[in-house]
Design a protein around this ligand. Sequence first.
Ligand code: ADP
Length: 593
Amino acid sequence: MEEGARSCLLRFRHRLEQDIKPSYLMDHMISDGVMSVDEEERIRTQPTRKDQAVALLELLLRKDNRAYISFYNALVKETYDDLANLLYDDLPQISAKAHKSSSDGWTPHVQMVLSEGGVPQRPVVFVSRPELLNRVRERLYRLQKEPGWVTVFGMAGSGKSVLAAEAVRHQGIIEECFPGGVHWLSIGQLDKPDLLVKIQSLCFRLEQSLDSQSLHRPPNSLDEAKERLRFLMLRRYPRSLLILDDIWDSTVLKVFDIQCRILLTTRNRSLTDSVSGAKYEVEVASGLDENKGLEILALYTKSNPQGLPEEARSIVRECKGSPLVVSLIGALLKEKPNRWRYYLCQLQQKQFKRIRKSSSYDYDALDQAMAASIEVLPDEHQELYKDLTVLEKDIKIPAKVLSILWDLEPEEVEDILEEFVNKSLLFVDSHNKPYLYYLHDLQLDFLVEQNRTQLESLHTKVVRQYQQHYRDDPPTSGDEECLYWIRFLTYHMARANLSQELYSLMFSLDWVSIKAQIMGPAHLINDYVEYGPILDKENSEVRSQFQEFLSLNGHQLEQRPFPDVVQLALSQPPTSEVYRQALLQAQDRASKG
Ligand code: ADP
């Protein structure tokens, strides 16, 4: 079998093994004459469907081009369209055609590489910024032969992330510079435990796609994570690109200083001063030029840029060309196409007098546009949107969390979220299943500013809704929704000033066990440090007993299979609250036999 086809099978082996039903596919392959009845028999006698799939792939890899084509056809006939698409590009006879680029260098292969690497899709309404784009791509080409850094810097909301994603949506870049793939990581403002969790999941992702049986323990310190990543990038993913979106802090960058290829977006131009290697940069001007701004408005209102009313230019100017603000106004005009003058006046109002610390950027336009977009929502949806104020920056959440927070059916929640997304009030990551939703940083700033006096009650609502929903059965699985609660429940309790709730949660061995199992101990230890002052008001001794238990057993709690926490806790001093709870549980177990 030719190299391309073979490599394709190897790359998608895991996906194929997960999904295919070998018995159906083999029938087609036998009738194509690429497989013997004996071979089929040997596969059929494997105990499970998965074992059969593994054996089929194993056999296929030893066969020729014809077998690959027959397998592909069988997938199509059995309507495994997604899987067939994965193999399509490398079909031996038609690969030349398949690789022929569409006009902007965007092939199914490119699309698949980006989707696997978690690169966000284009926003619903998108305009290209060819000059900037070429500048970024030209820098990326310089990473073809050697590792290094490309920094895309500029103001918040200027379109850096969209630009970074667009830069790699290009056949030449993917095939010539980064044949090892592209991996997107949203960073934002985060502390060390969160950074560790991010790198752990990156390593997990990278290891999984190489080897479905990967049983590596997750790295349990940033140093270890750095070494693991260095190994993976150097040995297993040579010539791949890491995209680090929205970096704030050079200490974060140091963890990635491992001689690989990195594209990063940031508001701070000088971040890469502290790391080694070749460095290139591209500045993103804070605004789109006027014609691009008009193009966005034209796309939203389905008109021709030349035919826009005279207010359009003034609107773009008032928005200072910010793509985020223009998109908010565009979405409003889509629904009320005769309100050009009205929205221009709204933008010109100076209703928000906020003192912004960090920047000369004029946020007035954003605030006005946000206020206008929220105002057109039905009253009850305005209230629901306000609930998003309590989300942490750069955190993406599944609809199910909101369905608990809002106490609404998932279908209803989806409709509401779609409305927010259509108004550019919210963004969606649809690579992920389930879809994940998030706000732009600046939108969150706006909400926090606007609802400053209600923060406590908004956080309280989150906790109360959680308590009501999980009254009987706390979340324990690792799915996106449970992950959210396990990660952020303490944060909401602390912000809600619900100290009593926070104590009972964090002074409970059950909680420690669940959180350590799902998120690893680093996060948990961080909770005790961060909320230490609150916990100490209740009982500083118990707080330190829990903390001590975690620091002593941190490495054990990293192990998989996960250890028996009650057993571990029984080796604490008998005066410790941790010991007391473990003993109760042990007695309870014994009495139940
Ligand atoms: P940054 O990363 O600089 O904070 P983003 O890239 O997240 O900014 O862009 C903010 C928003 O602006 C996007 O969500 C999108 O709505 C809009 N936007 C950015 N670039 C474009 C573009 N090229 N075309 C259309 N809209 C854009």
